[in-house]
Design a protein around this ligand. Structure first.
Ligand SMILES: O=C(O)[C@H]1O[C@H](OP(=O)(O)OP(=O)(O)OC[C@H]2O[C@@H](n3ccc(=O)[nH]c3=O)[C@H](O)[C@@H]2O)[C@H](O)[C@@H](O)[C@@H]1O
Length: 392
């Protein structure tokens, strides 16, 4: 195309004798342009124009990208960096990349390699106490989470703040019925966890079996939250993971104890396929470390601090409600007399140990429940949460 145009111009020069304009002298035209600009302070206006344009282009990307930040962008979570110093540095670099690309690339693409690929994770019992905190952490980390819960003791309100997030789904489903989902990881927490409930509910052996079946079918990593109840009324103190426990198989609480023990058995049976499990949890952090690691078999994740029920009730009075009444009631049959997890394995292999002492943790737990149940954001109110009055 370009060569054709040049050719035509040559052609017209050859044909026209009447008017031959002088070829422009580059030097002359430049001086003419300079003179033009100097005349009547035009140069000043040109420079002013350039300055305004520059300011515009500098401000525009940053202001538009800040709105991208608020709506589209998940910064790489801090836990993926080994220390806080490198975290700050890396985040700053990421934000800078984002703001400069954001204005150019209206599609909002993040440069390859800057964002960790989110996992698809199912959390059964995700509407419960531990489960909902776990879900918060997974969503915060950038994963896609499906909560499966029959709301037996859990509440929709515990996860409602994620409604509208495209990485969150909630399914009302009883895990005793099979379920087919495409996921990378399964946290199996669904369980009637308190004595009030589990006595009336045949254990979730079938639920565990279903979830293990799902894990096997889709090749997902599996984590079962078990319980220290599997140690029964222990004859060994403290209890290490290899302790087999002392459970009355026909007692009133045995449906829970034996149910979880069977769930552990099934998990290990499936593992001789592929699986991970652990016992007694008090920490979402510990759960996540377990899931992300290459460990197999039970881990005690619990607080090895020992106190009597009376001491616990007194701490409740001191830290939560001085007016809470302590009532003495008969113990449930087969209740363990003494229990203390040995957490050496968790310390050595996961680098995990509980960080929150009882006196600090109890008020935190109460205010968490208050917030969930009453939507109450105030600390130290007078309302009795019900935690203290029924202690025996
Ligand atoms: O440490 C423990 O011993 C227990 O800790 C947690 O239980 P937690 O969060 O304290 O109890 P809940 O708040 O009652 O959560 C259990 C969840 O499972 C759900 N669930 C229960 C029973 C059932 O059949 N299906 C089901 O989805 C409940 O609705 C609830 O959302 C774990 O979820 C239990 O697996 C574990 O045994």
């Amino acid at each position: 195309m370009a060569s054709e145009l040049i050719y035509r111009r040559h052609e017209s020069h050859a044909q026209s004798d009447s008017y031959l304009p002088k070829p422009p002298k580059p030097f002359l035209s430049a001086t003419r342009a300079v003179r033009y600009m100097l005349r009547e302070q035009r140069l000043l206006f040109v420079l002013l124009g350039v300055a305004i344009a520059t300011v515009f282009f500098i401000l525009l990307p940053s202001s538009s990208s800040s709105s991208h930040f608020n709506h589209n962008y998940d910064p790489i979570p801090t836990q993926y960096f080994p220390n806080s110093e490198s975290t700050r540095l890396s985040e700053r670099v990421v934000y800078e990349h984002r703001s400069s690309f954001g204005s150019v690339n209206s599609g909002g693409k993040v440069p390859l390699g800057l964002k960790r690929k989110g996992l698809r994770i199912v959390v059964t019992g995700g509407a419960g106490f531990v489960g909902s905190h776990l879900v918060d952490r997974l969503i915060e980390r950038g994963d896609s989470v499906i909560v499966v819960d029959n709301f037996f003791t859990g509440r929709k309100e515990n996860v409602m703040h994620h409604f509208g997030n495209h990485r969150f789904e909630l399914i009302r489903h009883d895990v005793v019925e099979p379920l087919l989902l495409e996921v990378d990881q399964i946290y199996h927490l669904a369980c009637p966890a308190s004595p009030v409930h589990y006595k009336f509910n045949p254990t979730n052996v079938v639920g565990t079996l279903n979830m293990l079946g799902l894990a096997k079918r889709v090749g997902a990593r599996f984590l079962l939250t078990s319980t220290s109840e599997v140690y029964g009324d222990p004859l060994q103190h403290p209890q290490v993971e290899t302790y087999w426990g002392n459970v009355n198989p026909i007692g009133v609480r045995s449906c829970y104890d034996e149910g979880k023990r069977t769930a552990e058995t099934l998990t290990m049976d499936y593992h001789r396929g592929a699986g991970v499990k652990e016992r007694t949890i008090d920490s979402v952090e510990g759960l996540m470390r377990l899931m992300e690691g290459e460990h197999v078999g039970p881990f005690n994740l619990g607080n090895p601090g020992e106190f009597t029920m009376l001491e616990l009730a007194q701490v409740v009075q001191e830290t939560i409600d001085p007016n809470a009444k302590i009532e003495f009631r008969p113990n449930t049959e087969d209740d363990p007399h003494k229990r203390k997890p040995d957490i050496t394995r968790a310390k050595d292999q996961l680098g995990w140990e509980p960080k929150v002492p009882l006196r600090k943790g109890l008020p935190l737990m109460v205010s968490d429940f208050r917030q969930r149940i009453f939507g109450d954001h105030k600390e130290g109110g007078n309302s009795n949460s019900g935690v203290s009055s029924s202690m025996s």
